[in-house]
Design a protein around this ligand. Structure first.
Ligand code: UD1
Length: 341
């Protein structure tokens, strides 16, 4: 029997790559998305890449009635929840928008799951829940909390809500995936990260400088206690992240119940300068940059222990930093204006 997976936020950056991976692995996908931070063009591209049509419901997760209607219309076997706001700076300025959207959305989704006896859920969390840790690599059992912004706090609160739901419902199975820093794009260059306005994250900023849309990168802080003075992060290819969801689903369908958390990262840290170097190699010219002051909320070093995902999910990252940068650059070159091209 082909299983049907409801993917909320399936036209976003990580969601779209996961939709593709699920279809390649024989799952049927139904997308729920209101395009609040994505383009309807993503669906067209996904259908071309997958070679089949994909059902999409244009529904806001805050609308409980419409969410229920999707469950009534489809035979759903499991849910992957990518839908959520994710801009750190905006969350500091508009915290209520984040709490309302991310928390009410999740609650409506789980209520509909319970009503329709859907018992398997994968939740997109973030390394941000580890707060400001000092010991690396980060393990799933490390303390969480002390997050630096409301976006991160929505992830933390949802992790706690899901823990409570699993404690109260023995037959519920939830996998929380804590992503480190996603990079790259599908190797076709036809889907990728398409930030609104000026990018907040490092990679899209670099590629927009490389293509001439932005003048130069600001490196946030050159005086961190790291080898070259810039922050270290764990970058992981978005296609590897996507595969992590498919593996997590396989795990849930092996009838695993309860609440489990997995880090998804590459397990390796790269500094901002090392990322610039790697992009310069694939772009073939220097990336102009200047070092400026530190950005509020940034921690010096963050990278994952990925032994648990390797052992339990049989998942391993396959694409190195060179491939991550090359794939990001291919997407940027083919679509200089994102999904407007
Ligand atoms: C951030 C969020 C994280 C979120 C993730 C989404 C924080 C503390 N973390 O991670 O919660 O899940 O984005 O992808 O906000 N940098 C520059 N110049 C730039 C942009 C970034 O030097 O123009 C540096 C940053 O200081 C950092 C590194 O590049 O050291 C990566 O930054 P970014 O891509 O924004 O990711 P994180 O801050 O690690």
């Amino acid at each position: 029997m082909i299983k049907t997976i409801l993917v909320t936020g399936g036209t976003g950056y990580i969601g779209s790559h996961t939709v593709l991976d699920l279809i390649k692995n024989g799952y049927r996908v139904v997308i729920l998305d209101d395009f609040s931070n994505s383009s309807p063009k993503v669906l067209e591209q996904l259908e071309k890449l997958a070679g089949e049509s994909i059902s999409l419901y244009n529904v806001d997760l805050k609308d409980a009635k419409q969410v229920e209607a999707v469950f009534a219309a489809e035979e759903i076997d499991a849910v992957i929840n990518f839908a959520g706001y994710k801009a750190v700076g905006e969350s500091v300025e508009q915290p209520l928008k984040y709490y309302e959207n991310n928390l009410i959305g999740l609650i409506n989704l789980v209520k509909a799951m319970q009503e329709f006896a859907v018992k398997k859920l994968i939740f997109s969390s973030s390394a941000t829940v580890y707060g400001q840790p000092e010991i690396m690599p980060l393990k799933e059992s490390d303390p969480i909390g002390n997050v630096t912004n409301p976006y991160g706090r929505t992830k933390l609160i949802i992790e706690e809500i899901l823990t409570d739901i699993c404690a109260a419902n023995e037959d519920f199975g939830v996998v929380t995936l804590r992503y480190f820093n996603p990079l790259g794009a599908d190797e076709s260059g036809e889907i990728g990260e398409d930030p609104n306005g000026i990018p907040n994250n490092l990679a899209p900023y670099i590629t927009q400088v490389a293509i001439g849309k932005l003048e130069k990168l600001s490196v946030f802080g050159g005086d961190y206690p790291t080898e070259d003075g810039t922050c270290i992060r764990d970058y992981v290819h978005v296609a590897d992240l996507a595969a992590g969801h498919t593996k997590a689903l396989d795990y849930l369908f092996q009838d695993n119940q309860g609440y489990e958390i997995f880090n998804l990262g590459s397990g390796v840290g790269y500094s901002v300068y090392q990322i610039i170097d790697n992009f310069e190699k694939v772009v073939g010219r220097p990336i102009p940059y200047q070092v400026v002051g530190r950005r509020a909320g940034d921690i010096p070093v963050s990278y994952a222990a990925i032994d648990k995902a390797k052992a339990v999910l049989n998942w391993s990252p396959t694409k190195d930093i060179g491939i991550m940068c090359a794939d990001t650059w291919r997407w940027q070159q083919k679509h200089p204006n994102g999904f407007q091209d």
